[in-house]
Structures are given as structure tokens and as C-alpha cells.
Design a binder for this molecule. Structure first.
Ligand code: DQQ
Length: 533
């Protein structure tokens, strides 16, 4: 008999087997989306890293091609690590990536398509003048990696940044080139920040001050802001700032509403790392890819034979408040929506949960708007609560509140022995209200050993004057990926239910606060499986 793999995702990107990590070199070229990714062709743990390669016409269904870049030359013999694609004038893609050389130094290389008229760009050449950037004596050769998509300045110079650290200071070194082959390090880094450690996978791009449109990375002007994102290897989270790029000086300065480091903004407050955006000229949008690692053990991964997925690609743009980004699953995902069920004007009193019936709750897309008539009952907010995850750990979905907790119980078993709640809780602070979004894996699985079950959470900087809070959650067997407040705060959890699987998984709306909540409107869809690799 064929055993259906319990936790394998059906519409998230993953290879057929083995380990994957960072998305690499995403790009659009002649009608086709390319996604490369860090991949171990030999097993379900990290190692033997190559650039695997898939192509798509819709960012949803993918076809696997042969590995694009793999160790074969001295400049990458010990590893082909992360990097980015740039499409040069004349529609010529180039990849910049980090190679690990025989001395285990991290060097930067380039690769070009062997045949530009091959629509899939299947074969890649690594020219003999590699590496194009060596770590100089001032940089730590084991912390010097992950070149970004390059941008072109008015002076005709290409620029890229490379992640690094100087002692505990995270650094984005800037390099310039006239011809994309000979690169010179700028005297000053583009940006750096104390006590953040190694900056992996930097990403740097412009966003217009208003509107949802994305921009090519080379666009500048007083009508754009720039975003710098870095991934911190020690703590395994990412943060970004919104700021200004002074292109004559090649310096980036975060706005005073944006901070570097631990308390900074995150694309995702859950399991999401080594992310990277690209500009899609076909739909004039900027699209974000990020890796969602497993939260089970290496032993589990080896026995299931795979580890790692990519989160659903998201369109990103600047919030009208100009302080943060907004994110939403790419519109193409809606093409997988099948059977739809609806709920409206559903009151939820304290301790009540109501089932959303009639869809495949283990593989679903849910959009809901909750409303409340008053904030009078909101619990007091303790100003020392700066760590959202700690607050959610203390005030879980079972801890009764005032306004909230309310939200969804996803991947729930019939008697709620297992469930992953995604919920809001509203607090009253001195001058304002504070909204918390939690995606809590604590009760997600009855499995005792080897699971990481954090109570991920983030604050939602949202205006409550309409007395409404929207939430969208994508559920895909071992993934619960949520977009709170219209994409203001996103959280991805990886969970491994033992009972709430396939047809035994349920979905509920719930409230556990003394203030009654109304489900104004809910739409949930069974999701079809995508064709992936
Ligand atoms: N993964 C790659 C590195 C990168 C790290 C190696 C981030 O290039 O810094 O697989 O997850």
C-alpha cells in the first residue's frame, strides 16, 4: 500500500526529497520565473550544497531542472552557497554566488547561462576568471557571503553588497564594478550595526512611497524609500529597516521609525529565514521568497526523507504609514482555490468555538474579518512586554482575556487534543491599544519528542478605529502561514499533528475573551495541490 506522507506540503515549494534551505537567484526571464535554492542532493540534512533549479509560469506550479551550479572548480569546490541573479541590459542574466574554496575561504563568483535562447536557462557556465571577489585582509574569510542582486547607478557602476561581520558588528560591504567582472570594495560599507553578528543573505531594494507597485532595484529618486534586510545566523531571525539610500555616498541610513537589531521589523515572526526578493517586470511587483525550515528533529527528517520548504511567495510593498512593509501571497495562489464555504455575522461569546465545515481543513486558505463593539474590556498592557513571543507564551489561547484571544484554531483534532491557534489579543496601553498576533505551536502535536513548538508572535501596528481585524491563514499539512492586519504582521509555523491530519483535521473560529466577537465575514477554500517538481 502507498502510505501518504502525513506532513508533506501540497502547495508550498519543495523538491521531491532531501534537504533544502535558502532561496537563491529568483528572477523573471522571458515569461518564466526561476527559483534556485540551496539543496543537498544526498540527504535530508544540510551538506553537499548545490544550486538546484526549478522554473514556473505562475509561481505556483514548478518544474525541476538539473542542478544549475555545483562544486566543480577550485573557487567553489567546498560549496556553492547563496547568491542572487541580476538581469543585465540586453536581457542577459548573471548569477553572483558565494563559493567555498580549498582553504575554506568564502569567495564571490559569477555564472552565466550557456545558451540564452534556451527558454529554461538550463545550463550555466562558471567562467575561468572566477573568483571575482576575494576576501581582503580586512575581512573575515569565513564570514563573507551572499551577494545581492546588483543595481546600476547613474555613474554607470554596478553595485552589490556582501554580508559579513567585524567582531560582533554586522556589516554589508559594498562593491562596485564597471563591467560586472572586476569589482572594487568601497571604502565604507553600505551599512553596519553593532551587536547583530554575521549578516547573512542581505537584500536591498527600493519601494515607492505610495502604491503597491514594485520597482527594479536600480530605481532611485525622492519618491522612493529603500529597504535593507539581513538574516542573523546566531539567533536565526531576520530583520529589516526602511530608510534612505544616499547613492552618491553609497550609504544607507534607516529612518528614525526603523531600528536595527533584535527589536527591528520582521517579514515574518515565525519560521522564515534567508529570504530574498526579486522584481517581477511582468506584473510590476516585488516578490519575496523565504525558507521555512522544519521544526522536527534531524532524525525525523531523515526518516521522512525531506526537510525544508519555501514559504508562499509574497508581494511586498510599503505600508501607507511608510514605517513598514505589507505582504500578501501572490495572486496566482488563488488559482488553487477549490470548494468555498462562507460564514458571516457569527457571534462568538467567551469560550465559544464554531467549526468551519465543508472544506479540507488540512489544506486550505482562510480569509476572515473579526469585529468587536468596544475595547473597554481590553486587558492592561505592561510596558515591559517588548518580546511578543514571550507574551504569547504566557497568555496563550486558553488564557481568558478581555478583547481576545480570538481567531482560528487550525489543524485541530476533533476533541482539540491537537490544534494550532492563530489569534489576536488586544491590550490597553497608556495612550493607545496594542494588538498581538500569535501563532502558537505549543499544542500542535501530541508527539512528545524532538519537536520545536514555539509560541511565535508579533505586534500589529494597526488602526483599530474601524473595530475590525482581518486575518488570512494558509494551511498546508505541516504549515500554518498567517497574514494579520492585511499583511502587516506575518507568522509562519511548522507543526506536525498526529491526529489532525487529512480528513481528521478541523478548522474553528474561537473567542476566549469576555468581550463578544463577531465573525463579520469568513471565506475558506479547500486548496488543490500544486504540481511541484
Ligand atoms: N545558507 C547558505 C549561506 C547563507 C546561509 C549556505 C543562510 O550562503 O549565509 O547554505 O541560511
Amino acid at each position: 500500500a502507498v502510505i501518504k506522507p502525513l506532513h508533506r506540503t501540497r502547495f508550498h515549494f519543495q523538491p521531491r526529497r532531501h534537504w533544502i534551505n535558502d532561496p537563491n537567484g529568483p528572477m523573471y526571464f522571458n515569461g518564466i520565473y526561476h527559483l534556485f535554492y540551496q539543496y543537498n542532493p544526498k540527504g535530508a540534512i544540510w551538506g553537499n550544497i548545490v544550486w538546484a533549479h526549478s522554473v514556473s509560469r505562475d509561481l505556483v506550479n514548478w518544474k525541476a531542472l538539473k542542478h544549475a551550479i555545483y562544486p566543480s572548480k577550485p573557487f567553489d569546490i567546498n560549496g556553492c552557497w547563496s547568491g542572487s541573479a541580476t538581469v543585465l541590459p540586453g536581457n542577459k542574466p548573471v548569477i553572483l554566488y558565494t563559493g567555498v574554496d580549498p582553504q575554506n575561504r568564502q569567495v564571490q563568483n559569477y555564472a552565466i547561462p550557456a545558451n540564452l535562447s534556451d527558454p529554461y536557462l538550463t545550463d550555466w557556465i562558471k567562467p575561468d576568471d572566477n573568483p571575482i571577489v576575494d576576501p581582503d585582509s580586512g575581512v573575515n574569510a569565513s564570514a563573507f557571503r551572499d551577494p545581492t542582486t546588483a543595481w546600476l547607478s547613474n555613474s554607470g557602476h554596478w553595485k552589490t553588497i556582501i554580508g559579513s561581520k567585524r567582531r560582533k558588528r554586522g556589516v554589508a560591504y559594498l562593491y562596485r564594478s564597471k563591467d560586472f567582472v572586476k569589482w572594487t570594495k568601497a571604502k565604507h560599507p553600505l551599512h553596519s550595526a553593532p551587536n547583530t553578528g554575521m549578516w547573512e543573505c542581505p537584500d536591498f531594494f527600493p519601494v515607492p512611497l505610495s502604491g503597491k507597485q514594485g520597482l527594479d532595484v536600480s530605481v532611485t529618486g525622492n519618491w522612493v524609500k529603500h529597504v535593507l534586510k539581513v538574516s542573523l545566523d546566531v539567533t536565526r531571525y531576520e530583520y529589516y529597516t526602511v530608510g534612505k539610500y544616499y547613492h552618491e555616498r553609497d550609504r544607507y541610513v534607516p529612518d528614525n521609525t526603523s531600528v536595527d537589531g533584535w527589536s527591528g521589523l520582521r517579514y515574518d515572526y515565525g519560521n522564515f529565514y534567508a529570504s530574498k526578493t526579486f522584481y517581477d517586470p511582468a506584473k510590476k511587483r516585488r516578490v519575496l521568497w523565504g525558507w521555512a525550515n522544519e521544526s522536527d528533529s534531524a532524525v525525523d527528517d531523515i526518516s521522512k526523507g525531506w526537510a525544508g520548504i519555501q514559504a508562499i511567495p509574497r508581494t511586498v510593498w510599503l505600508d501607507p504609514n511608510r514605517k513598514q512593509l505589507l505582504q500578501w501571497p501572490v495572486e496566482e495562489l488563488n488559482g488553487l482555490r477549490g470548494k468555498q464555504v462562507k460564514m458571516s455575522h457569527q457571534k462568538l461569546y467567551k469560550e465559544q468555538h464554531v467549526e468551519v465545515k465543508g472544506i479540507t481543513a488540512a489544506q486550505a486558505d482562510v480569509e476572515v474579518t473579526f469585529s468587536f463593539s468596544s475595547l473597554d474590556k481590553a486587558e492592561p498592557f505592561d510596558p515591559s512586554w517588548v518580546d511578543a513571543q514571550a507574551v504569547c507564551g504566557k497568555l496563550g489561547s486558553k488564557v481568558q482575556g478581555g478583547v481576545g484571544p480570538f481567531g482560528l484554531l487550525t489543524l485541530a483534532s476533533e476533541n482539540l487534543q491537537e490544534f494550532t491557534p492563530v489569534f489576536f489579543r488586544i491590550f490597553k496601553a497608556h495612550h493607545n491599544h496594542v494588538v498581538l498576533l500569535c501563532s502558537d505551536a505549543t499544542s500542535s502535536s501530541l508527539k512528545k519528542d524532538g519537536l520545536y513548538k514555539p509560541s511565535f508572535a508579533g505586534f500589529v501596528d494597526i488602526d483599530l478605529s474601524s473595530k475590525k481585524l482581518p486575518l488570512r491563514t494558509l494551511i498546508d499539512h505541516s504549515v500554518v502561514e498567517s497574514f494579520g492586519g492585511g499583511g502587516k504582521t506575518c507568522i509562519t509555523s511548522r507543526v506536525y499533528p498526529t491526529k489532525a491530519v487529512f480528513g481528521d483535521a478541523h478548522l474553528y473560529v474561537f473567542n476566549n475573551g469576555s468581550e463578544a466577537i463577531t465573525v463579520d465575514y469568513l471565506s475558506a477554500w479547500s486548496m488543490r495541490s500544486a504540481t511541484i517538481n
